[in-house]
Design a protein around this ligand. Sequence first.
Ligand SMILES: Cc1cc2nc3c(=O)[nH]c(=O)nc-3n(C[C@H](O)[C@H](O)[C@H](O)COP(=O)(O)OP(=O)(O)OC[C@H]3O[C@@H](n4cnc5c(N)ncnc54)[C@H](O)[C@@H]3O)c2cc1C
Length: 415
Amino acid sequence: MERPNVLVIGAGPAGSCAAAMLAKGGLSVQVVEAQQFPRFVIGESLLPQCMDILAEAGLVERVEQAGYQIKTGGTFRHREKTEIFDFSQTFTDGWDYTYQVMRDRFDQLLVDGAKEMGAQVAFGHRVESVDFGGDAPTVVVASEGGESHTVRPEFVIDASGYGRVLPRLLGLEASAGMAGRTSVFCHIRDDGELALDYRRISILIHPEIHEVWYWHIPLHAGRSSVGVVGPDSYFERFGGDHEAALRTAMSELSDFAQAFPTPEFLFPVQRKTAFAKAVSRMCGPGYAILGNAGEFLDPVFSSGVTVALKSASLASRALLRERAGETVDWEQAYEAELRRGIDVFKTYVNAWYGGTLQRIFFAEQKVESVKRKICSVLAGYAWDRDNEYVASHARVMQALGSLFGGEGASGRLDQ
Ligand SMILES: Cc1cc2nc3c(=O)[nH]c(=O)nc-3n(C[C@H](O)[C@H](O)[C@H](O)COP(=O)(O)OP(=O)(O)OC[C@H]3O[C@@H](n4cnc5c(N)ncnc54)[C@H](O)[C@@H]3O)c2cc1C
């Protein structure tokens, strides 16, 4: 397609979901994806909020029928203390389950759905440059064979994840304001050895270093995703040996050491560093930046795919309204609205690393109404302003910080 209504860069969840919604809404959509699918990406644990957006995009039935591992909540553990959040116990009315997915299959399934709705998809094609100078954007796309093509869409959606096409080309990169953290991760053989419920994600905290935490994401029979996240300094002793880093980190956690004394890694251990990203703006004349191409904070609450899908929903709605003749204030309808939820997650991520949330989770006394409101955020309902833990997130977390200790929303632990 040389002159589509919309060109979408990247076929991850943000790009495919936007392509599906826009094609369903009657626009001509060209997706350009640099890689051949299926391809591995980290980000396997969804939140219930994803299901609402997948339903809006007409993609939820596919996901429901794919046979993924069901996810009904999260288990948090530190030493002998365990706290369980169950998605049936949220303040917000919503889905009480979601899935843990292998992203190669999941992303393929979403992009196939977008194709069925009429989007064209070119795999193995990389967007090299975008020029907004003329009456329509000029996008240069290079094929794997080295040929260049020019596409002149009316609107560009950048869903290129860490490719960060428009932030780089337009000079929009900004500081995410998060401490430098690293993660090493892999899939392991797992026949149910961990003594925790496999219908939940487990987030396990290092016995001594509260900023180091692990995930256990059951994927399907015989395979789980495991990873460890911590300050860059925690990983320095391993140099470039990612497998040694993951093996040693796993051996320092008794749950993992007992269940997986010699973990069998199913592919080379991966490492991701400097994963927090931000932009100074998320939209402008002729473009919107979605998902990780815009902002990504931290994996602790599995919010990445949720934010990616939410960005697709908000941008698609705004674009379809505009095409129907409405004047749309993109900064309000898209950027400000998306940032409202991102800011909520940011407060919770900072309160996690600052110690406040961990103290609340593992406190002796539990207040059920507080737990339900926090559980809503953990389910991804971070745009539900009826929830005061969303609407007044920073103030509430600051107040909880003074009650429970830690540094509230500021991200520093009061040792
Ligand atoms: C350690 C870690 C653990 C995580 N765990 C979770 C989790 O459990 N749950 C969760 O929800 N999130 C998690 N995330 C976040 C999640 O990985 C991302 O938020 C999510 O994948 C973002 O989706 P996206 O569609 O924006 O981008 P992506 O899924 O990255 O897709 C972007 C696509 O754009 C393509 N592309 C890039 N450049 C170009 C170009 N120039 N031209 C054409 N195509 C291009 C890429 O090939 C890619 O396919 C985790 C992140 C990290 C770092």
